[in-house]
Every structure is written in structure tokens, then in C-alpha cells.
Design a protein. Sequence first.
Length: 356
Amino acid sequence: MSTPFDSILVLSFGGPDGPEDVRPFLENVTRGRGVPPERLDAVAEHYLHFGGVSPINRLNLDIIDHLRAGLESAGIDLPVYFGNRNWHPMIEDTVSAMYDDGRRHALVFPTSAWGGYSGCAQYHEDIRRALDALSDKHGQPGTDLMGLRKLPHYWDRPEMIAACADAITAARDRLPADSRGDARLVFTAHSIPSAADKAAGPPTLGGHLYSRQVAAASERAAAAAGFAAHDLVWQSRSGPPQIPWLEPDICDHLETLAAQNLDPVIVCPIGFVSDHLEVVWDLDTEAVEVAERLDLPMERAGTVGVDPRFTDMIIALISAQLQGLDTDAAGMGCTENGARCAVGCCVSQRPSRPAA
Ligand SMILES: CC1=C(CCC(=O)O)c2cc3nc(cc4[nH]c(cc5[nH]c(cc1n2)c(C)c5CCC(=O)O)c(CCC(=O)O)c4C)C(CCC(=O)O)=C3C
Ligand SMILES: [Fe+2]
């Protein structure tokens, strides 16, 4: 569909809004993906600890409020919609409502900055699912009805790196003045199965696109914050224990660091744009408990979603598209109607999901 863009869809992961949502939400997340029941029980507990409410929906609505205000100041008159992969508002319902409102060509902003199956390809699958649902409803191919163009990976945008560096500096300033100079900087992102990381990105680039992007973003943010050294670790692992995932885990790494010395640690969740459950539970609860047991002073840096530069970045990505940038020039991850970024790109490792 080559009509001009007439709307924006913010597309995210979704999270429960109350205790009764927790189980059905987790069922949606893990549909046929080999997450053991014990792990699901444990994760359900994490959500129930917060009354069954994930902060993610409210945080996304904040991002959308800022985006609407930013678009207005930039003189861009496009309505902003919100849809999720795993919980309400579900992308299928949102896209259907967009169609009913007369929207025919939307730009899709995903709340993941990264490549890889979970961070990019799965968002393309969400877009295809929504177009399929539209097709079922109207009896015509979804792509004859509407076009949806996902914006590119944005982990390397200068606004992101600058916002992340400032969040690190702010965390360092919260440490006691006499030990700040020795602080150790540790970046963390969501772990994924090692096989999924190996398969991440177009085959021509040799795989490992996700972990390489996270490593490169960490390098840049550390340098911008004035750190000569840093570590990169992973968090929130799920899946059966016999399957390798990216390591080390943040909590294991805190043990390793404490065995060396008790210099304070700054933990920067570079892998996430907002303080959702993976941050407030896995870092602010679990990792904090480990650090306290070890007597290791620890400060967690904020996430970038609340920084005005994050909004500026989304608007810059949108403006580039409004100026007629084609998908190839826009950067990796930008395709129309859920098309893969390249042949064989991020092919899912799960036999239950055939590669498109
Ligand atoms: C790379 C990546 C991102 C970053 C990119 C992006 O942001 O998209 C991310 C984000 C998120 N992950 C989230 C939550 C969950 N992730 C799970 C499971 C999994 N994540 C994976 C990867 C990622 N996940 C993987 C490989 C699995 C295994 C199962 C599968 O292959 O799908 C599970 C199941 C239970 C468990 O095992 O933990 C839950 C509940 C929430 C919402 C938090 C909230 O509610 O506030 C968010 C933003
Ligand atoms: Fe996840």
C-alpha cells in the first residue's frame, strides 16, 4: 500500500492489569514455547507481588502521552494508537479499530530497540497476525485493506545513547561521594536462548545480531558516561535449564564481583525502554536482595523511556518516513506488513513456529 502515512501504532509486549489477568497473560506469552510450568508459577508470583498489575501498560501510555505532545509541537498531525502482542489492547483489536477509523497506512513504533527474534521478528509476526485478523473480518487480503510499516531498530540512535549515559551518570551521583570513582558499570539486557542469538539477523551478517547490538550500545553509552571499563550481563532467563541461554546472569555476576572487591555497582538495564516488571522485579527486587546479602553497594540506572530525547527520537524516526524514506534506507528492522528483514533473518528456533 503506497498511500501516505495517516497514523502511528505503538506496539508493545503487554502485561496484566489485575490478578485475574496474570495466568491468561502468561499463557499468551508462552503459547507453545517450551517454558516449564515451574517457571510460569514463579513468574506469576512476581506479578502477584505487585497486585497482578504490570507497570508496562501505564509506562507505555506515558510514552504515548509524550509522543502525542511531541508530535503536536513538531506540527505532525497523526493519531497515535496502542496495541500489544500479549495483552489488551491486543494488536488485532487495535488494527481493526484503526481500519474502522479510516486509517489505511500506519507507522509502527515497537518498544524494543533491538534485532533478533524476540525483539524484532516477533513484532513483524504480530503485524502479520493483525493483518490476517483484518482479512478474516472483511473477507479480503489484509494488505489490500491496510499497510503497516515497522520502524527500524533504534538501539544506536544518538538520543538513546545520550539518554542512557545521563541515566548512568545520575545513578553514579546517587552513590556515596567517596566511592563513586571506583564504581563498576554493569549493563544488562533480557537473556535469550543462545541458539536464538546465533540465528539473529540476516545470515549474511553472521548471526548474533542481538548480543552484538546490545554490546555495541553498551560500549557507546559507557564511553559517553566517561567509563573506561564495563561489563555486559543478562537477566530474566526462562526456558528449561538444559537449554543454553546468554550468560552470565546478573545475580551470578554480582557474586563474582563481590568476590573480587566491594566497589559499588551501577546496573544499567540497557535492554529495556521502561521500568516494567523485568526491571522492578528481576533487578530492583532480586538483584537488590543479592547485592544486600553480599554487602555490595548497588544503584540501578533509570530506563530511557521517560527522557524527552526518547520522544525526540521517535519523532525523528517518524519524520524520516514522512519525508519519503524507503524501507531499505530506513535501517534494519524496517519492513512493510510484517515482511522479514531479509531471507532467513532471525529464523525462529522453535519447531512449533514455521519460518516464513
Ligand atoms: C529479548 C526480549 C525482550 C526485550 C525486547 C522487547 O521488549 O520486546 C523481552 C521483553 C519483555 N519480556 C517480558 C515478559 C516476559 N518474557 C517472557 C519470556 C521470554 N522473553 C524473551 C525475550 C525477551 N523479552 C524470551 C526469549 C522468552 C522465553 C519465551 C519466549 O520465547 O517467548 C515471559 C514468560 C515467563 C518467563 O519465562 O519469564 C514473560 C512474562 C516483558 C513484560 C514485562 C512486564 O509485564 O512488565 C517484556 C517487555
Ligand atoms: Fe521477555
